[in-house]
Design a protein. Structure first.
Lengths: 585, 597
């Protein structure tokens, strides 16, 4: 342990801790901007580039960045001297001198770390207001909008994109005053290897990276008397939406959300969870099929089966592992399964053409915006899912609709696409999809009901996990990875043959799975928020009477009435897809 | 070499090469061949002689005749007269400006008299592409001595004892750096040579690499032995093609001779060197940025600690020294640390190479013992200020340094004195300024350089330096107030205090040092809207003295802006609103009627 003194108080911290860590222990809140530390998820940005956190260290010539300076024995630190405060104020003035002053119309207003700092420092004028602000062209992709005039070079997005996700779409370009973060050759994000996971957006402290906002299109669709507008909400949304209304992280707002959506004017309020159960039917059947064929000696079977419900992960392997396109499950994601069922089964039921039906999805995700725009998910140009909005956009829509969210009654989803099981809910967190699939596959394999549906070995927040489950004579070897960098690690080790062969692997692009998605309320670097969302998801699962997808009565009915059987012809047509080889850089 | 009676050394440095020195080589060889002397007279492309002012230089040994400003057309005469008949070509000899005497041996020239060449010891004395010549001048003996007579710890101690400090700018004690790198245990360590010389006008590292590449290879191997590294890396600017080529050839030759590779000279020590090319980013001279660049990452510095000695190239302990530092190493082992430590001042040992440039008569590469005064460098070696103008300041330390005024002319130059005087040693750029130089402009030039070369990583350097530059522009345009001078100084202080790396921390130095030493000049710009040196265009006017103007109309004819009017044989006037201050009228007037105001 290392002893040091900060602002006259003594503190003892482990070796390797930074001044910032030590100060935190004393309750001293040193301001930070570029710093990001979600070390439980392997997400750490220690660029030490913004210089907002500088402190005075006795005996040191210049000021030290608290976020990146390791403590030493006997260190004497001052965090609030005139020298420090003046330096911080100046650094902030410099940052603001090269930042647009359009806070009122900025997508990040109210959530902007830079704005918060300006407020905290009581800046009323800027002594260093300067000349020509660098101007960059704005880049708008289907999912992410980039405005590099607002980039403060904190490099969090780069850390996410390169170190955590190993996608490599974003990196520092240009030098000096003109330096920003951009794709190579300044190509539009849409043409790059970007997976639209949205983690850059999730960590951007300013409005430089935000989601492409489709909320107005939702208002227009609802207002259109010729349209029937249905909405589906992903499992992770209900565990986080409350945060936008000041509720404690981890508060479940499933019922209030359903009420709000109904009040907003959606004709039908459905649940993506229904489609998650459907996904398990198809993916579970596929897993079972591959394992059975494998065990019977079929050499053509590709194992492990990889989940395919995360569109960022799908785009990732299309770019990075084009030789493995036949390995992932062909099952569409729940969002797209829902869209296909809505535009076919539901439209038929309602007796309207698919063009009259507008399917809106509320997702914790930015890649879903990209996914629903993929051409293979449209019929004659009419997409299965028309508009995908994020949890954040939904919160804004609720506020704009003058709805007092807190006082809403607990509503319910509509039938037939609103019924779901606990297995579907846990799709929202890492390990959830594979646990849901396991619940169904094990019962199908053994023909016996499970004693305990909780496969706790599959839970947790570790980046790469594995578990062995005894199922009759078979030992199922299951792998789980969240964050694309961990997915890469796992895939590479499978390729290198350094791990025991797996039967199935679940992969989610975002830290913690969908609960940590790029469309969720901003976590501002608070690890606890992600943990609490995960707990909420498991709470919702436990509260459900049915916790196995194949027991969802509306799913059973859907197969009886319409689809036939899992992996059947109709399923194959509506619920399965294929993948495309994409460029590597 | 047995039959060779005479060597003709032609400077192959970049400067002389640009003045056709390679054509001189061809002409000399052709002429020597024509005279049938090819067996006994050898023409060698040597490294830089340093006296760039008088280049291209051709030196003939063994009689040490030093011909200056030679052209390819002179080759015939040199061969016919000097080589064949033994008569010196006196018109090509250096003429002492004071005595007007012709001097044939360089050691009698003022330019060389006060120099002591340690780092540049071989430059101009050997064929850099011939390892045999380096060995003949005791090359690789220091390595042999280290490998067979000393333990790695003794090697480190010897360097510590010598008092050698880093010549790249920081002046960190080299022996201590080696000791720290040696103290870490690792399966792999690296010796990195920083050959990313970037200060404007500095070219000592290039000259060493061009003129004496083996000394660097030898020094790196010694360092590898001392710290326990088997791999060396040279990070060299791709814009130094000749240095790249010669170092590459030297590495190959050293490998072939068994001086690089496995079990060097039959010892247990193995060491080899790879070369990496830099793309010319100034910040890559900063060691952490250099290492990132080596790893194919964006060249930008990282927070220290960890220092490269602990976690450097690929996360392994690495020792980074610059070229000139390494160039001193072999001599320390040959002549002993005590000898080296006997040269220089109390805390700065040995010599320092300066790239002397600007308004001085003898520009060139100068190596002097630490403790030599600025006056000796500028007035004795440099031959004083050009055109009899008055000395104003010497800018040292490049973009990180400052300006030394007249009051520091007799201060002994060493690391600590320069810092105390508000400048720094830097890598050894020394630019002499005279009364015609505007100090605001000088500060603007250097700051413009750092703004251009900032990597953009940290806020103070990325935005702060840009804002300072804008303030300087405002000052030179006469748009600033005294309040701005206070702000400029305050911002400069904060940039120094908060920037991430050495580039940002020192970037305000030229501004601070000119503010400290030439505040009146700044005041003249902001208060009187006047540039005393007449350099700031916005603050200067060309005016016609009606008493002297003959009405010849020449000025009106050359004015590109149509700003001058007047009738023939009557005094003309300049419309200041239209004038673009190009100076064409000033240059054209035969009657001295136009002046700057």
């Amino acid at each position: 342990m290392i002893n040091l003194n900060i602002d006259g108080k003594y503190v003892k911290v482990p070796k390797g801790a930074t001044i910032l860590d030590a100060a935190k222990q004393l309750g001293i809140e040193i301001p930070t901007l570029c710093h990001l530390d979600l070390h439980d998820l392997g997400v750490v940005n220690k660029a030490a580039s913004c210089r907002i956190c500088v402190v005075e260290v006795k005996g040191r010539r210049n000021l030290a960045p608290a976020c990146a300076t390791p403590v030493t024995e006997g260190m004497e630190v001052h965090t609030n001297t005139m020298r420090v405060l003046n330096a911080r104020k100046t650094v902030l003035e410099l940052l603001l001198s090269d930042h647009p002053k359009d806070c009122l119309t900025c997508a990040k207003s109210g959530q902007c770390d830079l704005q918060d700092l300006a407020e905290r420092f009581c800046l009323r004028e800027n002594r260093y207001e300067g000349g020509a602000q660098s101007t960059y062209k704005k880049d708008v992709s289907p999912a992410i909008a980039r405005d590099m005039d607002k980039c403060i070079m904190c490099r969090r997005c780069e850390t996410m994109c390169n170190d955590v996700q190993t996608v490599g779409a974003l990196s520092g370009v240009n030098r000096g005053f003109n330096a920003v973060v951009a794709p190579a050759f300044d190509m539009p994000l849409e043409e790059s290897v970007c997976t639209f996971c949205g983690q850059c957006v999730a960590v951007c402290p300013t409005g430089a990276l935000v989601e492409r906002d489709y909320s107005w299109q939702v208002i227009e669709a609802i207002a259109d008397p010729d349209k029937v507008v249905v909405v589906q909400t992903a499992p992770a949304v209900r565990a986080a939406l409350g945060e936008c209304f000041g509720m404690e992280p981890g508060t479940l707002v499933t019922g209030k959300m359903a009420s709000a959506l109904r009040q907003m004017g959606f004709n039908y309020v459905f649940d993506t969870d229904f489609a998650a159960d459907l996904t398990i039917m198809e993916e579970g059947a596929e897993l079972l099929d591959r394992i059975t064929r494998f065990l019977s000696g079929d050499k053509s079977v590709r194992l492990p089966i990889l989940t395919s419900c995360c569109p960022a992960w799908v785009k990732f392997f299309e770019h990075q592992y084009p030789d493995l396109l036949d390995v992932p499950s062909t099952a569409k994601s729940p969002q797209q399964m829902f869209g296909a069922i809505a535009k076919n089964y539901l439209a038929e039921k309602l007796g309207i053409p698919r063009e009259k039906l507008v399917v809106v999805s509320v997702m914790p995700c930015l890649a879903k915006k990209y996914e629903c725009a993929r051409p293979e998910f449209a019929v004659n140009g009419n997409p299965d899912v028309d508009i995908s909005i994020t949890t954040r956009e939904l919160a804004h829509l609720i506020k704009r609709a003058n709805i007092d969210f807190m006082s809403l009654p607990e509503g319910d989803f509509d039938s037939p696409l609103g019924e779901s099981t606990g297995a579907a809910v846990i799709f929202g967190t890492t390990g959830g999809v594979i646990e849901a699939a396991t619940r169904t596959a094990v019962e199908w394999l053994t023909g016996k009901p499970l004693d305990d549906v909780n496969f706790t070995a599959l839970r947790g927040l570790e980046g790469c996990r594995e578990a062995k489950l005894k199922v009759g004579d078979l030992e199922l070897h299951i792998g789980i990875a969240h964050e694309l960098g961990n997915a890469r690690k796992l895939l590479d080790s499978i390729r290198a043959g350094t791990v025991e062969p797996f039967h199935a692997i679940e992969i989610m692009a975002c830290p913690g799975g969908c609960i940590g998605g790029g469309g969720q309320p901003y976590h501002h670097g608070e690890m606890e928020i992600i943990r609490k969302r995960a707990q909420a998801i498991y709470r919702e699962d436990e509260g459900k009477t049915r916790r196995k997808s194949h027991e969802n009565p509306d799913i059973i009915k859907l197969y009886e009435e319409y689809l036939g059987k899992p992996l059947g012809e109709k399923s194959h047509h509506l619920l399965h897809t294929h993948y495309f080889k994409r460029h590597k850089i | 070499m047995a039959n060779v009676r005479m060597h003709v050394l032609v400077c192959g440095g970049t400067g002389c090469t640009s003045s056709r020195s390679l054509e001189i080589v061809d002409a000399l060889r052709a002429e020597i061949k024509a005279q049938g002397l090819a067996e006994e007279v050898k023409v060698v492309i040597a490294g830089c002689f340093g006296f760039c002012e008088k280049g291209p230089i051709v030196k003939i040994s063994p009689d040490n005749t030093f011909y200056v400003q030679v052209t390819p057309e002179d080759a015939k005469e040199i061969v016919a007269e000097h080589i064949v008949k033994g008569r010196k070509v006196s018109r090509l000899l250096y003429v002492d400006p004071k005595t007007t005497e012709h001097i044939s041996d360089s050691k009698h020239m003022d330019f060389y008299k006060k120099q002591l060449r340690i780092a540049l010891r071989n430059c101009g004395f050997l064929d850099p592409e011939n390892i045999g010549e380096y060995i003949a001048r005791d090359g690789y003996m220091a390595l042999g001595k280290a490998l067979f007579e000393m333990t790695p710890k003794e090697v480190v101690d010897e360097v510590k004892k010598s008092g050698l400090r880093g010549r790249g700018g920081g002046g960190f004690p080299t022996g201590l750096k080696w000791e720290i790198a040696a103290s870490y245990k690792a399966d792999q360590k690296y010796v990195i040579c920083n050959a990313d010389e970037g200060d404007p006008g500095a070219f000592m590292d290039r000259s060493v690499l061009e003129g004496d590449p083996h000394s660097i290879i030898e020094a790196m191997a010694i360092c590898g032995y001392a710290i326990g590294a088997s791999k060396g890396v040279v990070y060299i600017r791709a814009e130094y093609p000749l240095a790249v080529e010669r170092l590459q050839k030297a590495i190959v030759a050293a490998r072939e001779t068994g001086l690089l590779g496995n079990n060097i000279l039959g010892s247990d020590f193995s060491f080899d060197i790879d070369m990496y090319y830099g793309a010319g980013a100034f910040v890559c001279g900063e060691e952490t940025a250099l290492i990132r660049s080596l790893q194919s990452e964006r060249g930008e510095p990282t927070s220290k600690p960890p220092f490269p000695a602990e976690s450097g190239f690929w996360g392994k302990p690495s020792n980074v020294n610059n070229v000139e530092t390494f160039a001193n190493i072999p001599v320390i082992f040959l002549k002993g640390a005590e000898w080296f430590a006997s040269i220089g001042t109390a805390k700065s040992k040995g010599t320092k190479v300066f790239a002397l440039a600007g308004k001085v008569n003898n520009v060139g590469l100068v190596e002097v013992p630490m403790g030599t005064t600025l006056r000796e460098v500028i007035f004795d070696i440099g031959g004083g200020i050009r055109n009899g103008k008055k000395f104003k300041a010497a800018q040292t330390g490049g973009p990180s340094g400052g300006c030394l005024t007249e009051k520091f002319l007799d201060t002994p130059i060493d690391y600590d004195n320069l810092i105390a005087a508000g400048s720094m040693m830097g890598s050894g750029g020394m630019i002499v300024l005279d009364e015609d130089d505007c100090m605001v402009n000088v500060a603007k030039f250097y700051l413009g350089f750092t703004v251009e070369e900032s990597c953009g990583k940290c806020t103070p350097c990325r935005v702060g330096n840009k804002r300072m530059l804008e303030m300087l522009e405002k000052i030179s345009e006469g748009k600033a107030t005294e309040k701005d001078l206070g702000r400029l100084r305050e911002l400069a202080g904060i940039i120094k205090d908060t920037s991430l790396c050495g580039l940002g921390q020192t970037a305000p130095n030229p501004v601070l040092s000119t503010l400290d030493n030439f505040y009146d000049e700044y005041l003249a710009h902001v208060r009187d809207k006047r540039c005393p040196a007449g350099k700031c265009k916005s603050l200067m006017q060309y005016v016609i003295d009606p008493a002297k103007c003959k009405g010849c109309t020449m000025c009106a004819k050359v004015c590109p802006a149509g700003a001058i009017s007047g009738k023939v044989k009557e005094p003309h006037v300049i419309n200041q609103d239209k004038c673009v201050k190009c100076g064409a009228c000033f240059a054209t007037c035969k009657f001295g009627a136009i002046s700057k105001r």
